[in-house]
Design a protein. Structure first.
Length: 262
């Protein structure tokens, strides 16, 4: 499998995954036009997608979903509650493009198994995905207020993680957001901070070459260097030296990461 984080952050999210036979998109949180541009940048064809998997109905995950699915006739997969929550937000999608992907189940496309798992976030029924093929494992996990033991069971031992590192707690606390918004982000159904993400990472990485893509960074309450520094420090305090067998990578709100093997 190969993958690219096409875009990540509070302004829009999309992750591309492929193998020899199939290609997939997880979330379409940017405009249709921007998604087309990102596909051009990784030199891939949207028409070939076998499916679009939706994590939850927040606009930074579904902004271009209806437009792209209609334009290219693509199948959309989401769980029942997410379908109900997003139906009025994405415009008309023909019935033959609507598929159900239940929570905590596996769908198989050729040699790829895709497992859905629940996260803790203030959406109807948010879930993220693990992609497995030939003993290689890619985990996508953003938009969760904390990482539970159940989630850790699903995501443990991946070769590559796209892992939320949303905010720096002091930047958030001192920043301009209203208190209600700060409280939501910091809550159990908001987003994980750099430190909390790193503590969770330390419990799920194996002693092998693991690539971690720091994702869904808040535009106002985080910076790439700061996220990397606090994740590195927290991992070190948990006995994991970044650069040794854990490799940290940035993601960007506007440009794709290199398309690499999981
Ligand atoms: Zn969200
Ligand atoms: Zn989000």
């Amino acid at each position: 499998m190969r993958f690219s984080v096409l875009a990540s952050g509070s302004s829009g999210n999309a992750v591309y995954v492929e193998n020899e036979e199939h290609c997939f998109l997880v979330d379409v949180g940017l405009s249709g036009k921007k998604i087309e541009q990102l596909f051009n940048e990784i030199d891939r064809d949207i028409k070939k997608l076998s499916g679009i998997f939706v994590t939850h109905e927040h606009s930074d995950h579904i902004k271009g979903l209806g437009v792209i699915a209609r334009k290219y006739g693509l199948p959309i997969y989401a769980n029942e509650k997410t379908w109900s929550a997003m139906d009025s937000l994405i415009g008309n999608v023909p019935v033959d493009q609507r598929f159900q992907f239940d929570m905590e189940t596996v769908k198989t496309f050729g040699t790829v198994d895709i497992q859905s798992f629940a996260v803790s976030h203030d959406a109807a029924d948010p879930m993220f995905y693990v992609f497995h093929e030939n003993n290689r494992k890619l985990v996508l996990i953003t938009d969760t207020g904390y990482v539970s033991d159940r989630m850790k069971g699903h995501i443990k031992g991946a070769d590559s993680f796209v892992f939320e590192s949303n905010h720096d707690v002091s930047m958030l606390q001192m920043g301009r957001y209203p208190w209600s918004v700060k409280r939501r982000i910091l809550s159990d159904v908001g987003h994980v901070s750099n430190e909390d993400a790193a503590v969770a990472m330390s419990e799920v990485v194996d002693i092998k070459n693991t690539n971690i893509y720091l994702s869904h960074l808040s535009k106002d309450n985080n910076m790439k260097d700061l996220a990397r520094m606090s994740v590195t420090q927290t991992l070190e305090s948990c006995g994991i030296i970044a650069g040794e067998y854990v490799h940290l990578h940035d993601t960007d709100a506007n440009k794709p990461t290199e398309l690499v093997v999981v």
